[in-house]
Design a protein around this ligand. Structure first.
Ligand code: UFG
Length: 318
C-alpha cells in the first residue's frame, strides 16, 4: 500500500515506518521535526519536512491507500500548562488531515490514541467500553480526535482504527525513544544508569497498590508496530474500531527501577518525591479485543526484555 505516516520521525512513528518499509509498503513520512529527528526516518521512506496541517492536502492529492497518524504533542504535564498547544496542535491538525482525507478519498486511517483517554479507571484491566473521562488535556485532545474520526467514518465511509497505547517502551534496532525533554520513567531511569542523571525520583509511595507506587502496563514498541500492520489489514469501510494495546500485566514503579538495575548492572540511586498531578494509580489494559479482532498477541512482554532493548539503544547513542 502507499501510506502516509505523519510523525514518522518520532519514537513510535519511526518504528512503525521502519516495519512498514520492511513489509513492502511504499512509505512517505511527513514530520515538522519539532520533536522528531530527521535521521530517525527509515531508509527507503520518502521524507517530507512540513507542517502536517498545511502539507496533508497537497500530499494526499498524489493518491494514497491510507494514513497512519502519529504526529502529536504528547506530554501530559505540558498539556496542563499549555492547553492551546494540544487543542491546536493535536485537534486542529487532525481535523485538517481528516478533511484532506475526505476530499482526496483516502480510504484508511490508523490513529495513535492513548490510554489517557480513559482517565482514572473504575475497573482494571481497562476495556474499550470503559468510560472515557480524561484527567489531562493531552488525553482530552486525543479523545476529541477519536470522536471526530467516528463521525467521519460514519459520514464519509472512512475505514478507521484507533489504537489506544498504554506505556510504550523498548526500542527496535536503531529506532528508539529520544525526547529532548524526557519525562518517561524507563528512559529517565536508564539515564541514571548511564550516569547522565544522579538519581531517579519516584513520584508517590502512598498509592493504593501493593508496594505504594503507581502501576503501568509496558508495551514493547515493536509489538505496538505489529498491531499497526494488523490494523491496516482489518480496517473496514465506514467503521471506526478502537483497541487498547497493552500486555494486561502491570509493573510498579519500584519494580521498573529494580528491573533496570538488574538489566544494566548499575546501582541506580532512587528516592521518593510527592505524587505527580494527574497520575492514575493503576493503568493496565485489557488487550482481549485486539487479540480477538486483529489477531494481535504481544510477544515481548517480559519487562527485562523491554528494558534491555531500551538500554541497548540508550548506550548506542551515548
Ligand atoms: N515516574 C516517576 N518518576 C519520573 C517519571 C515518571 O516516578 O521521573 C512515574 C510516573 O509518576 C508514573 C510512571 O512513572 O507513575 C510512569 O510515568 P510515565 O511518564 O513514564 O508514563 P505515564 O504513565 O504518565 O504516561 C504514558 C504516556 C501517556 C499515556 C500513558 C498511558 O506518556 O501518553 O502512558 O498509560 F497516556
Amino acid at each position: 500500500m502507499k501510506l502516509l505516516v505523519t510523525g514518522g520521525a518520532g519514537y513510535v512513528g519511526s518504528v512503525c515506518a521502519a516495519r512498514l518499509v520492511e513489509t513492502g509498503h511504499d512509505v512517505v513520512v511527513v514530520d515538522d521535526l519539532t520533536t522528531g529527528h530527521a535521521d530517525a526516518v527509515p531508509e527507503g521512506a520518502r521524507f517530507v519536512e512540513a507542517d502536517i496541517a498545511e502539507a496533508a492536502a497537497p500530499l494526499l492529492a498524489e493518491g494514497f491507500d491510507g494514513v497512519l497518524h502519529f504526529a502529536a504533542k504528547s506530554l501530559v504535564g505540558e498539556s496542563m500548562v499549555d492547553p492551546s498547544k494540544y487543542w491546536s496542535g493535536n485537534v486542529l491538525t487532525s481535523l485538517r488531515l481528516l478533511d484532506a482525507m475526505r476530499d482526496t478519498g483516502t480510504p484508511r486511517l490508523v490513529f495513535s490514541s492513548t490510554a489517557a483517554t480513559y482517565g482514572e479507571p473504575e475497573v482494571v484491566p481497562i476495556v474499550e467500553t470503559a468510560p472515557t473521562r480524561p484527567t489531562n488535556t493531552y488525553g482530552a485532545s486525543k479523545l476529541a480526535i477519536d470522536h471526530a474520526i467516528t463521525s467521519y467514518a460514519k459520514a464519509h465511509g472512512l475505514a478507521a482504527v484507533s489504537l489506544r497505547y498504554f506505556n510504550v517502551a523498548g526500542a527496535y534496532g536503531r529506532f528508539g525513544e529520544r525526547h529532548t525533554t524526557e519525562t518517561h520513567l524507563i528512559p529517565i531511569v536508564l539515564q541514571v544508569a548511564l550516569g547522565t542523571r544522579d538519581k531517579i525520583s519516584i513520584y508517590g509511595e502512598d498509592y493504593p497498590t501493593a508496594d505504594g507506587t503507581c502501576v503501568r502496563d509496558y508495551i514493547h514498541v515493536a509489538d505496538l508496530a505489529e498491531a499497526h500492520l494488523l490494523a491496516l489489514e482489518h480496517a473496514a469501510k465506514g467503521e471506526h474500531q478502537i483497541y487498547n494495546l497493552g500486555t494486561g500485566t502491570g509493573f510498579s514503579n519500584r519494580e521498573v527501577v529494580q528491573a533496570c538495575r538488574e538489566v544494566t548492572g548499575h546501582e541506580i540511586p532512587a528516592d521518593f518525591a510527592p505524587r505527580r498531578a494527574g497520575d492514575p494509580a493503576v493503568l493496565v489494559a485489557s488487550a482481549e479485543a485486539a487479540t480477538e479482532h486483529l489477531g494481535w498477541t504481544p510477544e515481548r512482554t517480559d519487562l527485562r526484555t523491554i528494558v534491555a532493548d531500551a538500554w541497548e539503544f540508550t548506550r548506542s547513542r551515548a
